[in-house]
Design a protein around this ligand. Sequence first.
Ligand code: FAD
Length: 464
Amino acid sequence: MDSFDFALIGAGPGGYVAAIRAAQLGMKVALIEERATLGGTCLNVGCVPSKALLESSELFQVARDRLGEHGIGASGVQLDLAKMMERKSRIVTEVTDGLGLLMKKNKVTVLSGRGVLAGGKKIRVDNPQGGSTELEAETIVLAMGSVPVELPGLPFDGKKIISSTEALELTEVPGRMVVVGGGAIGLELGSVWKRLGAEVTVVELLPRIAIFSDVQLSKGLKKELGKQGIEFLLESKVTAADISGGEIKVTVDGKAGESELTCDTLLVAVGRKPCLDTAGLEEAGVTIDQGRVKVDHQWRTSVPNIYAIGDLIHGPMLAHKAEDEGMAVAELAAGQPGHVNYDAIPNVIYTMPELAQVGLTEAEAKEKGLKVKVGRSYFKANARAKSLAEEEGLVKVIADAETDRILGVHILGARASDMIAEAVVAMEFQASSEDIVRTCHAHPTLSEIFREAAMAVDRRSIHG
Ligand code: FAD
């Protein structure tokens, strides 16, 4: 039986990053993955293909609807969906193949098959072609990620009632799409298909979309998506779907009672659940708490030498959170002080405009009994935003009223996903709003809006 220092079950961003970091630290590493390619949800059916389609569909929409304001005439803009999908798939192949090379470079042994805890330090790997092998490892890390949640009574059929995975693979633009769930995945994929020509209605159970965001920004995002033609039914619940003659009749229970929507495609994006049933967790005695693998502050499960990271455990289901935990757990196994700052994990919705945030919202800060000062600055007051013709949005900085330390930053606007990085660094270094004000920002850039918002914390913004 082969022996390893460090073995991972699951090769998503949590697992593969942990594998590379452990190998860098001199460990003999095994990475077990049951999918045919490495990279997990993120690279295969998540972050990467969704962003490829968001980028392509945004370009299509800009070319079709918005070039005129730049004085560019572009008539006859046409969609070649097959080519758009081909590009997306090529990007996925490039990044997943790239991971294979990275594993070779770092001398990580990749084992193809389902990894199942087999007692003590042992893992059984069930090969897809049949048969199994066993290995043992001093440290085992569970990184099996998550899968889409179905609606009760409405199982995915992969054609009409679909999850995000199929929504990344459609070969025709649906005439009408109902999206259940106004979170990141529903809004992003709803945006893709709206931009490409579908009529899109988002049905959301809660009173607002992007529920984890700042209220002002989530309302702003809804308004902007509404202008793009996406319809919203809030405080509404899909209770049934009846498929007949190629159409789906969707029953919605909302504020005004029951109503019916007709569509060709029902995208269910109501969340994801940890993958708890593939690796023999119960038999191995790994404790599950509120649907997630229970870990302590150093990602140790209830079983000695078994750790868990990523979507399997508490916290936001985000690729970069999984990656950071992966690095930390490898460092701990090497006797180093692995650490993740959960207060500074950014969260982005890649719609148009984008919504990006880090740290506390104003409401959360107040719930914690903190006294806050809030500074806002708007994209329309920024010259670069005007040049880009992206004047909608704002940056909101939440600072502690006594210490001036930045507690949270919330951005709605073009390129918020890139802008948030500065705020994350600021929070990681425990910056005050004054620190941002004293930092020179290149002109003209969108980053100046962050500085202006920091200035606005003490009511001294220069440009309004
Ligand atoms: P995963 O990436 O889910 O990987 C787990 C792997 O384990 C899978 O490949 C699975 O096949 C494998 N596995 C499971 N059981 C076994 C077993 N027993 N043996 C062997 N292998 C097994 N996050 C972001 O941060 N930014 C985004 O923009 C973003 N966009 C997203 C868009 C979509 C459409 C979706 C669905 C998700 C998106 N996410 C995004 C979330 C992100 O993909 C996940 O948070 C991230 O992939 C979690 O990483 P992980 O390593 O925990 O697990």
